[in-house]
Structure formats: structure tokens, C-alpha cells
Design a binder for this molecule. Structure first.
Ligand code: ADP
Ligand code: MG
Length: 260
């Protein structure tokens, strides 16, 4: 049965999924001899939360970076909201701003305040008026629980707080989809949940999300679907509950036996 275990956000939302928002069609990518993405076909629908899981080196980050065109692909096509990713120029900048990205390492601008970190994109790239950008930024900082840190510098914040600012900064660009590449793996354990809670809330609000993470709790609470990658391939796709309790492939079984 594919409609069991009620109660998770993903479960509740799976009925409401919209049209395809991120589409990868026969995507291939090499780094020299290494075939890092092998015939990847993947569709993420509007409102869907997809968790990507898999061993280190399996191509998860490359997949994320390709979606944002921080990496080029060799063959295949990537479409965001029906439009093929352009090669370069203004069209690429616009499409890229549809895709918010949060990385593993806190990559805030070290010499800007928390507030400036969030207003910079909207004012410089989207030409928003600074007063409006500031008001919206404060709203976003409030939403991720760090509004009272707005005047501080990144180094004065904990890792968990910095990562929540990074989420606010990405949201400030009003993306259609958010990519998270192991957003909690550099955090001290006690800070992981404060970041995951923000992500779960975002999922419940209906944000389309692609999340590379090994946090099973997050996957179970928020994901509609889990994709398991190994050696550049999508080996398995399943509902989170099904994937974690009854993985089908040997590679997934082996991987889960190591992380659980
Ligand atoms: P994951 O995020 O699943 O750990 P990555 O996508 O980072 O995997 O990397 C997949 C493989 O590609 C790894 O073997 C890695 O060493 C290699 N790789 C990643 N980036 C580059 C690069 N810029 N040049 C060459 N090899 C790379
Ligand atoms: Mg990675």
C-alpha cells in the first residue's frame, strides 16, 4: 500500500501537489573520467518536498549545483517552471533567482550585518527599495526566530542561528523552489533541530523543497518522497516511511545499515 502511516506533513500535502516545477530529463555530467550524474530523470512538483539521500560522493551536491547552474551538465535538460535553464546572461540570473539555495557551510557575508545579508539580494538583484526590503527582511528574520539579532555580525551568532539567517536570505529572493544541501551537517547536535524546525514549517507552508539530508526525522515529518542516490544514479524512489523501513535495493539497505 502506498497510502499508509497518516500524520506526516508530507502525507497531508501529497494530495495538493501541483504541476512540475523542477524537471531533469536524461541529465548526464562527467568530471573527467567520473560519470557523476548518470541519466538522471527527476520531476519535482509544485509544493513537493523531496529528500535526496545517499553516500558521500554519490553526486547529491552536483545534482543541486546543476539545478542552480553552478555546474554545467554534459547532456540532457533541466527545466525550472517549464523553462530550460539558460546558458548565461540575464535570463540565467532571473531563473537562478527562482531557486533559493542553502549550503552546508554557513556562507553569510562576514562583513555585513545579519539584516544586510538578507536585504542585499533584493536591493541589488531585484532592485527593491531599501525600506521595503528592510521591512520584508525583518519579517523573514522574525519567521526564522532571529529578528533580535538583525544588527549583529554573522560571527556573533551561533551556527544554528547563522543557518537560519541563510534560509531567510534565500527566501528574501522569493524563490519558487528551495534547495538545501546538507544544511545541518556542519552544526553542533544541539542546533540541528532549530534549523530543521524552520524547514519543517516552510514545508508545511507549501514551499517546494529539494533537501539533501540524512536526517530521517525531517524526511519522515516533511517529505513527500525520498530519492536514494548512489554512484551518480537514482537507485530508488519511495515514500519516506517505506524507504526507511523497507528499502528495496541492496545499496540502500547497505547505506541505511551504516547510518541508522
Ligand atoms: P555528494 O554530495 O553526494 O557527496 P558530490 O556531488 O559532491 O557528492 O561529488 C560526487 C563526485 O564528484 C565525488 O567523487 C567528487 O569527488 C566529485 N567531484 C565533485 N565536484 C568535483 C569537481 N569540481 N571536480 C572534480 N570532481 C568533482
Ligand atoms: Mg555533498
Amino acid at each position: 500500500p502506498d497510502d499508509d502511516s497518516p500524520g506526516s506533513a508530507g502525507e497531508a500535502r501529497s494530495e495538493e501537489l501541483g504541476d512540475p516545477l523542477v524537471e531533469l530529463v536524461d541529465v548526464n555530467k562527467h568530471f573527467g573520467e567520473l560519470h557523476v550524474l548518470q541519466d538522471i530523470n527527476l520531476t519535482v512538483r509544485r509544493g513537493e518536498v523531496l529528500v535526496v539521500i545517499g553516500p558521500s560522493g554519490s553526486g547529491k551536491s552536483t545534482l543541486c549545483r546543476a539545478i542552480n547552474r553552478l555546474e554545467t551538465i554534459d547532456t540532457g535538460e533541466i527545466r525550472i517552471d517549464g523553462e530550460a535553464l539558460p546558458e548565461e546572461g540575464r535570463a540565467l540570473a532571473r531563473l537562478r533567482s527562482d531557486v533559493g539555495m542553502v549550503f552546508q557551510a554557513f556562507n553569510l557575508f562576514a562583513h555585513k550585518t545579519i539584516l544586510e545579508n538578507v536585504t542585499l539580494g533584493p536591493t541589488k538583484v531585484r532592485r527593491e527599495k531599501s525600506k521595503a526590503a528592510k521591512e520584508r527582511a525583518l519579517g523573514l528574520l522574525d519567521r526564522v526566530g532571529v529578528k533580535n539579532q538583525a544588527g549583529k555580525m554573522p560571527a556573533q551568532l551561533s551556527g544554528g542561528q547563522q543557518q537560519r539567517v541563510a534560509i531567510a536570505r534565500a527566501l528574501a529572493m522569493q524563490p519558487k523552489v528551495m534547495l538545501f544541501d546538507e544544511p545541518t551537517s556542519a552544526l553542533d547536535p544541539e542546533m540541528i533541530n532549530e534549523v530543521l524546525d524552520v524547514m519543517v514549517a516552510l514545508a508545511k507552508e507549501g514551499m517546494t523543497m529539494i533537501v539533501v539530508t540524512h536526517e530521517m526525522g525531517f524526511a519522515r515529518k516533511a517529505a513527500n518522497r525520498v530519492v536514494f542516490m548512489s554512484d551518480g544514479q537514482i537507485v530508488e524512489e519511495a515514500h519516506p516511511e517505506e524507504f526507511f523501513t523497507a528499502p528495496r535495493s541492496e545499496r540502500a539497505k547497505d547505506f541505511l545499515s551504516k547510518i541508522l
